[in-house]
Design a protein around this ligand. Structure first.
Ligand code: 1CP
Length: 352
């Protein structure tokens, strides 16, 4: 990695975040937050005014600015690239939008084989403004690592098949069970798109990747292993030679943690339901963990937040490496000052 991009990268490589991902000792527990860039920040709301969410994701200047905002404000140990999991689908021409207050909405939900043609491969030109932002960010961030990300095939497919956010993922599960061949073709195409998207971000300078399978927790372990794991493995395999840590995260995935680690992750993201020391039992000793303060804890008094955060840090010591995070994204109503205090608390925490 250092040879490829030069001396700046070697400082990144020694960062607490990358060290914890690799299971190396750190002086302090590194911390960043899923959805650290977003509606909880007044400076985010200001720059997004009058610009649609998906338009902002294709504007190099806005991606750079929004990605930097939480790094400047909180001094977090990693930046997460400002984008969305549906961006590569938009980039190849899928007719979808991100509707305020709802999330991704697809104009023609996926129903049959004829629609597979619309899911062509991702070409570098499709995401040129995005990779330009990643390159610019590496310069701006200095020693702070940039995390690239993609949506995992199951979570991406659930938006395509349901047409938007879904509580029970009924149609996606129906497709998996009634036409497994078509399901595997769909998931295989999404895996290639996600893998290529991660690769392009790393080649532009991202020094870690996170694969979001946010909704995998809706599946039984047996269904996950048979119908989903091979495709998520293919995504992580696509960046295996690039020597960057691979983080794999989902919500409500307590029963899947071992399987999610086994598809090629270096770090497993854990939501708030499973204490990190229990999670380590399920994942095994050869991977680091990331998480897992309940995002709603930040609405409690400061001393309660600190007690809960200390519990997370203590439980995280069971792992070979621990990256502090919330158990899911920052809620839009969160007070940024509460996050700032949490970063200071984690950084100042004395481990003996
Ligand atoms: O106008 C707005 O501000 C819209 C809100 C918003 C934002 C800020 C959406 C719509 N996406 C994003 C950015 C985003 N999405 C990031 C930014 C980087 C950061 O973390 O700071 C990331 C990593 C994502 C990834 C994403 N999008 C996921 C995986 C992470 C997760 O939360 O589980 C998922 C499931 C999405 C879909 C999506 N996009 C937006 C919403 C509201 C949703 C979820 C909708 C649903 O409940 O299904």
């Amino acid at each position: 990695m250092a040879e490829r991009i030069g001396s700046v990268t070697s400082d990144v490589s020694r960062s607490d975040f990358l060290r914890a991902c690799r299971g190396e000792a750190t002086d302090r527990v590194p911390v960043w937050f899923m959805r650290q860039a977003g509606r909880s920040l007044p400076e985010y709301r200001a720059v997004r005014e009058g610009v649609a969410m998906l338009d902002s994701c294709f504007r190099t200047d806005l991606v750079v600015e929004i990605t930097m905002q939480p790094v400047r404000r909180y001094g977090v140990d990693a930046a997460i690239f400002f984008s969305d999991i549906v961006v590569p689908l938009k980039a190849i021409g899928v007719d979808l939008d991100i509707v305020p207050g709802t999330g991704p909405v697809v104009a023609e939900p996926f129903r049959d084989r004829a629609q597979l043609d619309a899911l062509r491969g991702l070409e570098p030109d499709d995401v040129a403004p995005i990779t330009a932002a990643a390159s610019a960010l590496v310069g701006e961030l200095g020693d702070t690592p940039l995390i690239g990300f993609a949506g995992a095939p199951f979570t991406l497919a659930s938006y395509l098949v349901e047409g938007g956010p879904s509580r029970d993922h009924r149609r996606t599960k129906q497709l998996m069970r009634s036409d497994p061949d078509l399901w595997h073709e769909l998931a295989g195409r999404l895996a290639r798109i996600a893998g290529d998207f991660l690769r392009l971000q790393v080649e532009a300078g991202a020094s870690a990747v996170q694969l979001f399978d946010s909704w995998a927790g809706t599946l039984s372990l047996a269904d996950y292993q048979e119908l989903v794991a091979p495709h998520s493995r293919a995504v992580l395999e696509a960046v295996a030679d690039l020597d960057v840590p691979r983080i794999h995260f989902g919500v409500g995935t307590g029963e899947l943690l071992g399987a999610m680690g086994d598809v090629g992750a270096d770090v497993v993201g854990v939501d708030w339901r499973v204490p990190l020391d229990d999670a380590v039992q399920r994942i095994g000793p050869d991977r680091s963990v990331q998480g897992n303060l309940d995002p709603t804890t930040l609405f409690a008094p400061a001393d309660v937040v600190e007690r809960q955060a200390a519990r997370v840090i203590e439980a995280g010591r069971a792992a070979r490496g621990h990256v502090f995070n919330l158990g899911h994204g920052v809620l839009p109503e969160t007070d940024p000052d509460a996050l700032a205090r949490l970063v200071d608390f984690v950084h100042g925490y004395e481990r003996d």
